[in-house]
Design a protein around this ligand. Structure first.
Ligand SMILES: [Ca+2]
Ligand SMILES: [Ca+2]
Ligand SMILES: [Ca+2]
Ligand SMILES: [Ca+2]
Length: 355
């Protein structure tokens, strides 16, 4: 079954890029043994980690595309030796991207996820402490109910106003977008376009690529030529006349992307992967003006010394009141390929089938 198979490059990119783990490639990684968290967990497209229950250890959150699941695993003992599954949503059609962050500013980690065939980006308020807001541990809220082919999501304060916003890709309309956390408590969201023409937009990441102090965006899509970074000019919009200045990088097929200081020289570099291979891009001038690509071998040792998690979460000073989220109705904008449950990142590139 094709849909149960992840190629090594994609596994590596998921582990590095989406869990932001520090890793060394100087030699073979001396993993002692495999620790099974759940088996089977069908088509786990994305995994991330956060301390959801606030007990000081990191828990895991994942999406199962073909089972339509959003779930998290409690790090029961705190050392990874035992895991307890908790369901967040078991009917989120083709659950894809997942991220954790304090979207309502109350101090605990909330969740955001993209439903590819659900055509939605939802968030869930963490109410594990009390269970009083909606009667469950996570209370659902809608960020975008018309996000056709929603794929990757991430959480970051893109506009630098102190609250966490949401970054996302919509694969079918070729969009890279961000959702502004209007009130800082997750109660209102405003969509802003970063790019409306990144073919088959899929992977997304962020970091200060030009070193000017604000956060830029990197995105890649499942079509040749879909790999670009976007210079953040939200404050002035004077560099190119719009809030985001696109800088195309490559003609290579790109599905997953990542940002980190891969060569340890103090600036942020890029990584990309697809079904055809992986490469990393050195930020040669340190300001995003010159990039040097190096292929990453699928096996054996490489010249990549480290991958550090550069990201940080902005604190939110006020603890606003949470409004109860509206319940969602099943999307009336389901795509015409809803019966094809093969994950987009695993399926051969055939955008015609997605349109
Ligand atoms: Ca925990
Ligand atoms: Ca929270
Ligand atoms: Ca913000
Ligand atoms: Ca910047």
């Amino acid at each position: 079954m094709q849909r149960r198979t992840l190629i090594p490059a994609q596994l590596v990119s998921i582990l590095l890029i989406f869990m932001g783990a520090a890793a060394s490639f100087a030699a073979e990684i001396p993993w002692s043994h495999q620790n099974v968290i759940e088996d089977p967990f069908t088509d786990p497209l994305r995994l991330t980690s956060a301390d959801l229950d606030g007990d000081g250890d990191l828990d895991l959150i994942g999406t199962s595309a073909t089972d339509d699941d959003v779930a998290w695993w409690e790090n029961t003992v705190g050392d990874g030796s035992a895991w307890t599954r908790h369901d967040v949503d078991l009917d989120f059609d083709f659950a894809y991207g997942i991220a954790a962050g304090d979207l309502d500013g109350d101090g605990d980690a909330d969740l955001v996820a993209a439903g590819f065939f659900e055509s939605s980006v939802l968030w869930w308020q963490n109410d594990i402490d009390s269970g009083l807001v909606c009667g469950t541990d996570f209370c659902e809220g809608t960020i975008d109910s018309t996000a056709q082919a929603a794929a990757a999501v991430d959480i970051v304060d893109l506009d630098g106003d102190g609250d966490l916003d949401v970054l996302a890709t919509h694969r079918q309309p070729d969009d890279v977008v961000w959702y502004e956390n209007g009130a800082g408590d997750g109660s209102t969201w405003t969509e802003h376009q970063i790019d409306t023409d990144l073919e088959a937009a899929q992977g997304v990441a962020y970091g200060d690529l030009d070193g000017d102090g604000d956060l830029d965006v990197l995105a890649g899509g499942g079509e040749a030529g879909s790999f670009a970074w976007y210079e953040n000019d939200l404050e002035a919009s004077t560099v190119c006349g719009s809030p985001w200045c696109a800088h195309p990088l490559s003609s290579a097929l790109t599905e997953a992307v990542g940002i980190g200081d891969l060569d340890g020289d103090g600036d942020l570099d890029l990584a990309q992967s697809s079904s055809t291979g992986m490469s990393w891009w050195a930020n040669t001038a340190g300001d995003g003006s010159v990039w040097t690509e190096t292929a990453i071998p699928a096996t054996g040792t490489t010249g990549v010394p480290s991958f550090s998690d550069h990201r940080s979460r902005s604190p939110v000073s006020d603890a606003p009141t949470m409004s109860t989220s509206p319940s969602r109705s099943k999307s009336a904008t389901a795509t015409p390929v809803a019966d094809d449950k093969t994950p987009p990142m695993l399926r051969p590139v055939a955008k015609a089938a997605l349109r």
